[in-house]
Design a binder for this molecule. Structure first.
Ligand code: PGA
Length: 253
């Protein structure tokens, strides 16, 4: 399975390096692929530290709508990420969609830049308001997928794209998840909806679909119980900052 460690804006460059080294030395189960989403400040040193590692990859948490190199103050481009040793990037995380009002047009530009620069992409789609019913959630995700992948061909995404389903009702940073059990039936429904959309629009192209939001050792097995309904991996925030907790997750599935 794919385990994406989303470190968000939580670590200094030095702390990122230390945690990357801990991941490297921890003998994480080799059956899983691990992707670290490092901050731009830490990306170069973390990627360098892990460059020969067989199972751990390093991606950026976002990239610019601008391409290449140039006069765009404060921006970091896909090309810069690739040149720093990053193998991919996350796009469209719910925190960016909600806190920074990032829109699907921008995400589409970033998607094109990332693929043109040879980066892999984890595209996060999902529910930006906890109020929506299932039908509205499907409509919203369909809109996001269509816009974010506008003009992107099957050839471009083959072997390059992963979709992450997330919901603000379930991500720990939004603080509104009450129990430790996750609503697995709802999550599987959304994941299957994404899979069906992908099969219609990109028939024959394998695109892993992962889940993100409050994944922990107490609920991860919910995703492996019913054959065919599970997901291909997890986007892990909080629990990825603690090596022991993260390793427990990997060992549980
Ligand atoms: P969480 O974060 O595991 O802390 O809920 C997931 C995410 O936002 O990617």
């Amino acid at each position: 399975m794919i385990f994406v460690a989303n470190w968000k804006m939580n670590l200094s460059p030095e702390e990122s390096k230390k945690l990357a080294l801990a991941y490297k030395e921890a003998a994480l189960p080799g059956r899983h692929e691990v992707i670290i989403l490092a901050s731009d400040l830490a990306l170069y040193s973390v990627a360098d530290l892990l460059k020969d590692h067989p199972a751990i990859k390093v991606y950026a948490q976002d990239i610019s709508i601008f391409n290449g190199y140039g006069s765009y103050t404060g921006e970091v481009s896909a090309r810069q990420v690739a040149d720093a040793g990053g193998q991919g990037c996350l796009l469209g995380h719910m925190e960016r969609r909600t806190h920074l009002s990032e829109n699907d047009n921008e995400i589409n530009l970033k998607m094109k830049n990332a693929l043109n620069a040879g980066l892999k992409v984890i595209l996060s789609v999902g529910v930006t308001s906890a109020e929506l019913d299932a039908e509205s959630q499907h409509q919203l995700m369909e809109y996001q997928l269509r816009q974010d992948l506008y003009e992107i061909t099957a050839e471009q995404i083959a072997g390059k794209l992963t979709i992450a389903f997330e919901s603000v009702a379930l991500i720990s940073s939004y603080g509104n998840l009450s129990g430790t059990e996750l609503p697995a039936t709802d999550i599987f429904d959304r994941i299957n909806f994404i899979r069906e959309w992908l099969a219609r629009v990109y028939p024959g192209v394998a695109v892993p679909v992962i889940y993100g939001g409050s994944v922990g050792p107490e609920n991860i097995r919910q995703f492996t119980t019913e054959a065919g309904k599970g997901c291909d991996g997890f986007l892990v925030g909080k629990k990825s900052l603690d090596l022991v907790a993260f390793k427990n997750l990997l060992e549980a599935v």
